[in-house]
Design a binder for this molecule. Structure first.
Ligand code: GLY
Length: 369
């Protein structure tokens, strides 16, 4: 038996070096057939992420480091208003980011929540995993940890996101001192709306002001190497205009993402509270462990989320929830899939990269919009 203690792990020069050591650890049982890695999957906004992570895995990069690097492209993209730089802020106009990462071969996890001023929360989460005995750092502590590790600080609120936030404030209530859009002389050239091509917008809950964008968008990415090792990562700016300090599912291990090197990986985007209350990603991996296909496992968990929402008697109208959740699953044998509560006529889109290249594929939805 190969035993890798913590000191040896930390002494490894980097994630790739650590991976070379760890992949020789005891072989684990494969569920459901032959191994078909590398495979990388992500939410629909992760097409560039899957391509990058796939390339890195082909160069023998550790799967956790590869997915963190892949989602970093989207974290640094100011046009994606659901992740990292340019993400929609909280109700005070401050961008607070959440992220988690998990390393299949060692079953270690790291995460950060309510982190401000750092473009790459996923990299900070990976540092938590690699260099501490903790799983999760939040708020000021997470920022101090990022500073100590040399992460640069910057204001994450872009002009576009600031204008969308102001639009939300103006239209929140006719009773406050902010004039509604139709009472204000606005510059029509101002981009007071998100870049819809990049941002995963969601259908807002009942009572949301008309014309104000709403997002629980996020990026999730999971990877499987040719040797059958798994890494998983989720990163987000969370619910738009949330109460300061609100933490969604993305940094919660087992909710926003989870992996078990013997079974597979899963991740979630959409309404974080619903995913947390059903331990969504853990539940999908668990269903795959019981023999369900990846898409079937996603559907089984989404049905439970819908059923629990019905029992909660909130955010439920006309026999359906008023929010969306999308789940993504990658199995140890290379099978992958995704499903959502609501989807378009083709179902729900997600990104995948295999030896056939990066592309968008579609999974089933419980309801069509
Ligand atoms: N799924 C992202 C969030 O709810 O924060």
């Amino acid at each position: 038996m190969t035993y890798i203690d913590r000191r040896s792990f930390l002494a490894a020069a980097g994630a790739t070096a650590a991976y070379s050591m760890l992949k020789n650890a005891d072989a684990e049982p494969v569920v459901g057939g032959n191994r078909h890695g590398p495979v990388v999957i992500a939410s629909a906004n992760g097409l560039r992420a899957v391509e990058r992570a796939f390339d890195l895995i082909e160069q023998n990069t550790d799967p956790a480091a590869a997915v963190v690097e892949g989602v970093g492209i989207v974290e640094a993209d100011p046009d994606d208003m659901s992740v990292g730089l340019g993400g929609l802020p909280n109700e005070r106009g401050v961008v607070q980011l959440d992220s988690s990462v998990m390393h299949g071969p060692t079953h270690r996890a790291g995460s950060v929540a309510a982190l401000e001023n750092i473009v790459h929360p996923a990299q900070v989460a990976l540092k938590v995993l690699q260099t501490t005995d903790h799983c999760m750092l939040v708020g000021r502590g997470a920022l101090e940890f990022a500073r100590a590790n040399g992460f640069p600080e910057q204001n994450l609120l872009t002009d576009r996101a600031r204008k969308v936030w102001l639009k939300w404030k103006r239209n929140l209530s006719p009773a406050d001192d902010w004039l509604d859009d139709d009472q204000v002389d606005l510059d029509p050239a101002d981009p007071g709306h998100p870049d819809e091509q990049h941002t995963m917008l969601d259908t807002p809950p009942p009572g949301w002001p008309a014309g104000v964008p709403y997002t629980t968008g996020t990026i999730h990415c999971s990877a499987l190497t040719a040797d059958g090792d798994i890494g998983s990562c989720t990163t987000t700016s969370g619910l738009s205009f949330k109460i300061p300090g609100r933490v969604g599912d993305s940094p919660i291990i087992g909710a926003g993402m989870y992996c078990d090197n013997a079974i597979g990986a899963a991740g979630a985007t959409g309404r974080g509270e619903a995913v947390i209350e059903s331990c969504g990603s853990f539940a999908v991996v668990d269903e795959m462990g019981r023999g369900l296909d990846p898409a079937e496992a996603c559907i089984a968990v989404l049905k439970k989320i819908v059923d629990r929402s019905r029992r909660q008697k909130r955010l439920f109208e006309n026999g359906k929830p008023v929010f969306n959740v999308r789940m993504y699953a990658l199995r140890k044998d290379g099978a992958f899939g995704s499903a959502s509560i609501f989807g378009g006529k083709n179902g729900t889109a997600f990104a995948v990269c295999t030896s056939e290249g990066a592309r968008v594929e579609y999974g089933p939805s419980l309801y069509t919009r």
